[in-house]
Design a protein around this ligand. Structure first.
Ligand SMILES: Cc1cc2nc3c(=O)[nH]c(=O)nc-3n(C[C@H](O)[C@H](O)[C@H](O)COP(=O)(O)OP(=O)(O)OC[C@H]3O[C@@H](n4cnc5c(N)ncnc54)[C@H](O)[C@@H]3O)c2cc1C
Ligand SMILES: *[C@@H]1O[C@H](CO)[C@@H](O)[C@H](O)[C@H]1NC(C)=O
Ligand SMILES: *[C@@H]1O[C@H](CO)[C@@H](O)[C@H](O)[C@H]1NC(C)=O
Ligand SMILES: *[C@@H]1O[C@H](CO)[C@@H](O)[C@H](O)[C@H]1NC(C)=O
Ligand SMILES: *[C@@H]1O[C@H](CO)[C@@H](O)[C@H](O)[C@H]1NC(C)=O
Ligand SMILES: *[C@@H]1O[C@H](CO)[C@@H](O)[C@H](O)[C@H]1NC(C)=O
Ligand SMILES: *[C@@H]1O[C@H](CO)[C@@H](O)[C@H](O)[C@H]1NC(C)=O
Ligand SMILES: *[C@@H]1O[C@H](CO)[C@@H](O)[C@H](O)[C@H]1NC(C)=O
Ligand SMILES: *[C@@H]1O[C@H](CO)[C@@H](O)[C@H](O)[C@H]1NC(C)=O
Ligand SMILES: CC(=O)N[C@H]1CO[C@H](CO)[C@@H](O)[C@@H]1O
Length: 771
């Protein structure tokens, strides 16, 4: 990445210091920092250090935070006070998460990305409707090439810098950026900003509060808070997480007469669940952001994005419905291939027909979601169908023949119902809620399962109204984890189940560590390995017939008045559908003898465009090409020291034939362009060929949010759950969510996952020894 300009060389001499670092406690995380809030931009810069060494070298780390109003597009600092030959750290918000960069400049141009510091973003980092906050641990951060800062200094002058101009590519830590728009210095006695090792280590591991402010202070206050005395009622089944896996399982178990507690860490989503977050234009109705299909693209551009799990570094929905309350709702009934042994399934799972039929009966699909039966904004499907007709594709109704996935295209299908988001929340959750033996409890975060060896006795939650936050099971009761590919893996680590390196991170955490069972009871399973996600690459085009719908930019704040009115009146029109319009599939034989499938999704608008030529944004549309069934690449997910869930090894295009197949697929797509007069590719444009485009594609934007495999189903020694979805080495712990799926299906996975949940619930009920 080329840097457009530099952070700048700050003149140091002669600057009058108007502020001095003071001690304050951040109310959100309870961490005691020393720092300032600059008077010009109201940006807070805080730091706290571990104790100085009594002999030998001082620790080389600290915890810092930047709290900035959204007007500050990016903020940086230099603890040495110099901008050249010094460690520069900058951060900015992007899609509800914080992106940070470490830089170093030797001259007054081009601060390069600098390697060496080990930075961990801590869980209290967040973005809300007014501010962004980055709380981080910075290790190996007190010295750098040719310089250092002294954490024992009695007088130092760190610098801050701030910009009202966004970095060029906010998703990319290595992005170019123009020079800061303002900067300043202040006085800081680093020597006073230290806390005890235990307090520091707690905060550094993501813990909150509980800090004495200096190493010399001892706390003698007695606690006056009253501990809860109520004990939670036991249940036959405790299901953790109300995503599609959890909702369907909980519904079927409660239908069978079992008492079921469904615990969800997030809050309401659609109006039906009590959700109230809605655009102004829908005020006075029960239609929320999560109900209106046309608001899908605005999930990624809303500053108040409370629905994303803030402690998972990829997109994951933390609200009732999980991913199905925020996703594009593309809904493909599973094929036989999706459940085949060649796709990793045990033989006992291959006969999925009755479960898929049960799903279809509860949750039909539609490729014309508008309640008037008409299709809207279909210019993109017309153009792309012309492109594909020329290449031997057939036009089908996709969910009529789920096994047809080679050289076919059709209108995008969804599980929208009556012009609104449908999915498991609108169907299965409603039947469950009508039963007396079912309870959904929201805003309850499950921390770990509580177990005595292989026997699970219940779950520990953050609920402070019951003793120990503990929810017990009935005798023979069972726990089912449905917290998603990242969430369920983390609960397993925190319960002493998984690879030893992950459990040791939990052990080091002052809050979570003590809840682990003794190491003699740890269960070593490949939790987090084997993860797969579709690699996806966008091609952006223009065509004179396209209406990009203003790239969906104003759908939440100010959509075309007629479209909003039509939707409010009858849930019809453009707002009754998410952005995709056409989907297509093609099979590719690989040089390694393996067949891989390519899925295309076409939609008006584009997430980003890179071209040096002028183009007409009103006419742009995107084809996303995903590689699905057959890919060999696998990654690994896990947790970091702050217990945030993170990808540890990226799963995209690791296998060379995956990569060459996707390149061939992209080349095929564009090869037919001459048959469509007026169609121009603007990303990549004609200065970049497809091979270079793929080679230089930012991996973080290859993510399709279709993570599977972290708790892979299979045989003992190779997998995490057995043929009944029971976690190996336990008597009564199960996982039912996307994490058990052994390999990606042909298309976006939630349709297939819901059939998995139907089948899993049947197998769990049939398994002896339960309640
Ligand atoms: C932005 C985006 C777009 C997508 N688009 C599509 C699409 O168009 N079509 C498609 O088929 N798929 C799509 N997907 C993927 C699909 O949504 C997921 O595969 C699916 O939601 C996974 O379901 P799940 O049950 O495994 O977990 P999730 O849906 O992730 O649900 C997990 C639930 O558990 C809760 N939870 C997590 N941890 C805890 C805890 N410790 N205690 C209590 N509760 C907890 C969460 O809050 C959440 O409600 C998309 C995903 C994303 C993120
Ligand atoms: C610490 O950072 C320096 C660069 O400043 C780097 O050379 C060194 O390898 C890093 N040390 C560790 C242990 O990461
Ligand atoms: C956003 O977070 C900041 C920092 O914690 C806080 O001061 C502010 O009140 C929050 N705003 C809202 C709307 O919650
Ligand atoms: C909204 O939902 C509530 C509760 O289901 C219902 O009583 C009310 O009539 C609904 N309002 C509208 C405008 O649909
Ligand atoms: C597919 O064929 C049907 C029937 O002829 C037609 O109505 C539809 O528009 C075609 N689909 C596309 C995307 O062109
Ligand atoms: C438990 O965690 C959830 C999700 O983070 C949160 O909304 C809730 O307020 C927490 N409850 C308590 C008592 O802290
Ligand atoms: C744990 O299980 C063992 C046998 O499996 C039993 O002897 C012991 O009493 C149990 N401990 C508790 C605290 O329940
Ligand atoms: C851009 O495209 C739109 C829609 O085709 C058209 O109305 C408009 O005139 C075009 N603008 C330019 C500058 O060509
Ligand atoms: C590349 O595209 C630009 C913009 O569409 C066009 O002006 C130019 O002629 C093209 N060059 C070649 C070599 O096709
Ligand atoms: C079923 C399966 O493919 N399991 C693999 C998961 O990953 C581990 C570690 O790479 C392998 O050993 C397993 O075979």
């Amino acid at each position: 990445m080329l840097l457009r300009s530099l952070l700048g060389v700050l003149p140091f001499a002669g600057v009058a210091l108007s502020q001095a670092a003071m001690q304050y406690t951040d109310p959100d995380n309870g961490i005691t920092f020393w720092g300032i809030t600059d008077s010009a931009h109201s940006v807070t810069y805080g730091y706290v250090f571990p104790p100085l060494a009594t002999s030998g070298a001082n620790p080389t780390e600290y915890i810092g935070e930047i709290v900035a109003p959204l007007a500050s597009q990016w903020v940086g600092f230099s603890l040495s006070g110099s901008m050249i030959k010094s460690l520069l750290i900058a951060a900015w918000p992007n899609n509800g998460k914080i992106v940070f960069t470490t830089r170093y400049a030797t001259t007054n141009v081009l601060p390069d990305v600098y390697n060496g510091p080990i930075i961990t973003t801590l869980p209290s980092s967040m973005v809300n409707s007014t501010h962004w906050k980055w709380v981080f641990r910075c290790q190996n951060c007190t010295s750098w090439e040719g310089g250092s800062m002294d954490p024992g200094a009695a007088a130092a002058t760190p610098a801050w810098c701030q910009s009202t101009i966004a970095v060029d590519n906010p998703a990319d830590p290595a992005t170019s950026m123009v020079q800061h728009t303002d900067f300043g210095f202040y006085f800081f006695a680093f020597a006073s900003a230290h806390v005890s090792a235990s307090v520091y280590n707690n905060w550094a591991a993501g813990g909150t509060g509980g800090g004495s402010t200096t190493t010399t202070t001892t706390t003698t206050t007695t606690t006056t808070s009253t501990a809860p005395t109520a004990t939670a009622s036991p249940y036959d089944y405790i299901v953790v997480g109300s995503g599609p896996g959890g909702i369907i399982t909980a519904d079927r178990l409660s239908q069978a007469g079992k008492s079921v507690l469904l615990l969800e860490r997030g809050g309401p989503s659609t109006g039906e669940t009590g959700g109230t977050y809605q655009p102004n234009w829908a005020k006075g109705t029960n239609l929320t952001k999560f109900d209106v299909p046309g608001l899908f693209e605005s999930m990624f551009t809303d500053a108040n994005d409370f629905w994303w799990c803030k402690d998972i570094t990829v997109f994951a929905g933390c609200l009732v419905g999980g991913g199905t309350s925020v996703n594009g709702a593309l809904y493909w009934l599973p094929s036989d291939s999706d459940f085949s042994t060649s796709n990793g399934w045990p033989q006992a799972w291959t006969n999925h027909a009755q479960y898929t039929a049960a799903l279809k009966a509860r949750l039909p699909s539609t490729d014309h979601p508008s309640t008037d039966g008409k299709r809207y904004l279909e210019e993109t499907s017309v153009v792309v169908s012309k492109l594909l007709n020329n290449q031997g594709y057939r036009n089908i109704t996709i969910n009529d023949t789920p096994d047809s996935k080679d050289h076919v295209y059709g209108y995008s299908a969804y599980d929208f119902i009556a012009g609104k988001r449908g999915g498991p929340v609108a169907t299965y959750l409603q039947t469950a809620k009508a039963r007396k033996n079912f309870k959904l409890q929201i805003y309850t975060n499950v921390l770990n399962v509580v177990r005595n060896g292989s026997q699970i006795t219940g779950v520990k939650t953050n609920d402070t109204t019951v003793v120990g936050g503990f929810y017990p099971l009935n005798p023979n009761g069972r726990v089912i984890l449905s917290a998603g590919s990242y969430g369920s893996a983390r609960i397993l680590f925190r319960s002493g189940i998984g690879p030893t390196d992950m459990i040791n991170l939990v052990k080091s955490d002052p809050v979570a560590g003590p809840n682990l069972p003794p190491s003699s009871q740890w269960i070593n399973l490949p939790v987090g390995y084997n993860v797969s996600d579709n690699p996806s690459i966008n091609l952006v085009f223009t065509h004179p017939s396209i209406n990009s719908y203003d790239n969906w930019a104003n759908v939440f704040t100010n959509p075309p008045a007629a479209d909003a009115a039509q939707y409010l009146a009858s849930q019809s029109g453009i707002m009754a559908q998410a952005s995709p319009r056409l989907n297509f599939w093609r099979a590719y034989g690989g040089s390694d003898g393996v067949t891989r499938w390519l899925q295309g999704t076409a939609r008006p608008g584009a997430a980003s465009v890179t071209t040096s030529y002028p183009y007409n944004a009103t006419q742009m549309f995107t084809i996303t090409a995903y590689l699905s069934t057959g890919i060999k690449s696998r990654g690994r997910l896990g947790i970091n020291a702050g217990l945030n869930a993170v990808p540890l090894v990226n799963p995209w295009l690791v296998d060379p034939v995956d990569k060459s197949t996707l390149i061939t697929g992209l080349q095929d797509i564009v090869s037919g362009m001459s048959a469509v007069p007026g169609m121009v590719m603007i990303t990549p444009d004609n200065t970049t060929n497809i091979v270079d485009y793929v080679n230089n594609y930012d991996p973080s934007t290859m993510n399709s949010n279709h993570w599977v495999g972290s708790n892979i189903i299979g045989t003992a020694g190779k997998a995490v759950v057995d043929v009944n979805t029971k976690v190996f080495g336990t008597n009564n712990l199960f996982v039912v969510d996307a994490s058990i799926i052994p390999a990606l299906p042909y298309g976006n996975p939630h349709g297939m996952l819901m059939s998995v949940a139907e089948q899993a619930a049947a197998k769990i009920l049939a398994l002896s020894g339960g309640p």
